[in-house]
Design a protein around this ligand. Structure first.
Ligand SMILES: [Zn+2]
Length: 468
């Protein structure tokens, strides 16, 4: 198929909604076109205006080899593709596509001398499949000739992926595949639903043993007791190319968060926790002389984290150690300790960040266990900070105490881009205490005595950093 302009039925309205409101910059957002990240000119950026994702049209159109012209006087952008002319005017919601007038959700705007248009316009009028990953700020675009449309003699190299399992729990849809895949997620209204399309994917043979598939390769997940999600259904939506589609029917609003599992990139999570549910209660007002320390046991609930060499879960290690840290900090007269979780539940990473930032905590410590299944001899302690020098100072001090106390290999203090240490605003560290994929370290990390030593070392480090 050529890059022809496809006009969708007018009734087919893709409205992409976000938790963000107003005019928010998503300047770090990336645009991925047919699997390749576009190089964006310095002045071009993805922006959210009135809950609508706006993308710089010129960079996209030019990468599709469409001809783009700009008329300064009339403030008009014209895009000529193989067959049609698209004409857009800045600040006008009316646009012309193939000599027909259509109406945009948000008028094109000029930002930094470049024109941005709603992402939805691109999907409806330029024959592209679009997706927006609000967590990672990634716009994904697929031109229609890139998906499974292969000419004669053209080799089709991408292998088909398989969904092994999926379930819905804790307001999260968890989908496990046999390889990493980026779903395209859109939202629809009347009724509200979140549509997750997994490209080039079908169900594995074992899927049917965990969830049912009828003869039409359709099924539904057990969902009850959730206020916002009333139904989750899945199907092999398309056979050529193969696309698994999952539809979450929601009662209120289509806000969701996409997360790839930190350690197993073959698993992804769509979190539909409602905004009201994610408000974290503030602890009682306390003596302002005290420093607030947030301890974050990694993972929990539906997110097991990594799985150790004897199948122990990272989430259980992080909770056990964190509870010991909490117990020690509760004895500290100058410290308030706040836990992001103290049981086997899964606050999203955003919720953990929001909690620490709302508290204006003085220190944030996220507890994890490492894993490299491919090399079971890998071992040692590593400590991550993200850019801020205050975080680096905290990392150095806590790391020193941990390595001294545990005697694990010193893998060093590293700059790492993890959400909980990136988006928190106070000194924040992420500790990879040791390797659960290493038989000796896994055994040690689950032992009371090593956990006691690690807890004391972390508390000593926090106190040294705070000067108390
Ligand atoms: Zn972890």
């Amino acid at each position: 198929m050529k890059k022809t302009l496809i006009l969708f039925l007018l009734s087919l309205f893709f409205l992409i909604l976000f938790p963000n409101t107003g005019h928010a910059s998503a300047s770090q957002a990336k645009i991925i076109l047919d699997g390749t990240e576009l190089t964006m000119p310095a002045n071009a950026q993805v922006t959210i205006i009135n809950k609508t994702v706006m993308i710089p049209i010129r960079v996209v159109a030019e990468n599709l080899n469409f001809k783009v012209t700009w008329d300064q006087k009339s403030q008009r952008v014209q895009i000529q593709n193989d067959t049609n002319l698209i004409s857009l005017t800045v600040n006008k919601k009316e646009a012309m596509v193939a000599e027909k007038q259509i109406s945009l959700q948000v008028a094109p705007q000029i930002l930094n001398n470049t024109t941005v248009v709603p992402l939805r316009f691109v999907s409806e009028n330029m024959g592209l499949t679009v997706g927006w990953d609000n967590t990672n700020k990634i716009v994904s675009l697929a031109s229609s000739n890139s998906v499974g449309d292969r000419g004669e003699g053209e080799e089709y190299v991408e292998s088909v992926k398989h969904v092994n399992d999926m379930y819905f729990a804790d307001n999260q849809l968890v989908v496990s595949l046999d390889s990493e895949v980026k779903p395209s997620i859109t939202t629809l209204d009347n009724p509200h639903r979140i549509v997750v399309d997994i490209p080039n994917t079908t169900f594995s043979n074992s899927f049917n043993s965990s969830q049912t598939l009828d003869t039409n390769l359709k099924g539904t997940l057990e969902v009850s007791g959730y206020s916002n999600v009333s139904e989750v259904r899945y199907s092999l939506f398309s056979r050529d190319p193969q696309i698994v589609r999952i539809v979450l029917v929601t009662n209120n609003e289509n806000t969701f968060e996409f997360q790839q599992n930190e350690y197993n990139s073959n698993t992804f999570v769509i979190d539909v926790t409602e905004a009201e549910d994610s408000v974290v209660p503030l602890p009682p007002a306390d003596d302002s002389e005290r420093k607030t320390v947030v301890i974050d046991p990694g993972h929990g609930g539906s997110d097991s984290g990594t799985v150790g060499i004897t199948n122990k879960f990272e989430k259980d290690f992080t909770l056990a150690l964190s509870l010991k840290i909490e117990a020690l900090l509760l004895n500290e007269p100058k410290i308030n300790v706040v836990m992001t979780r103290d049981s086997d539940v899964y606050p999203t990473r955003s919720e953990r960040v929001v909690l620490a930032n709302q508290l204006e905590a003085d220190v944030f410590v996220s507890i994890h266990g490492n894993s490299v299944l491919a090399s079971p001899q890998a071992s040692g302690t590593e400590t991550y900070y993200y850019q801020r020098s205050s975080s680096k100072d905290l990392a150095n001090v806590v790391h020193k105490h941990l390595v001294e106390a545990l005697g694990f290999k010193d893998r060093g203090v590293k700059d790492g881009n993890f959400q909980v240490i990136r988006e928190t605003t106070m000194p924040a560290v992420l500790l990879e205490i040791g390797f659960l994929s290493n038989r000796l370290e896994e055994a040690a990390m689950f032992s009371e005595s090593v956990q006691d030593k690690a807890a004391q070392a972390i508390v000593d480090g926090i106190k040294e950093y705070l000067g108390i």
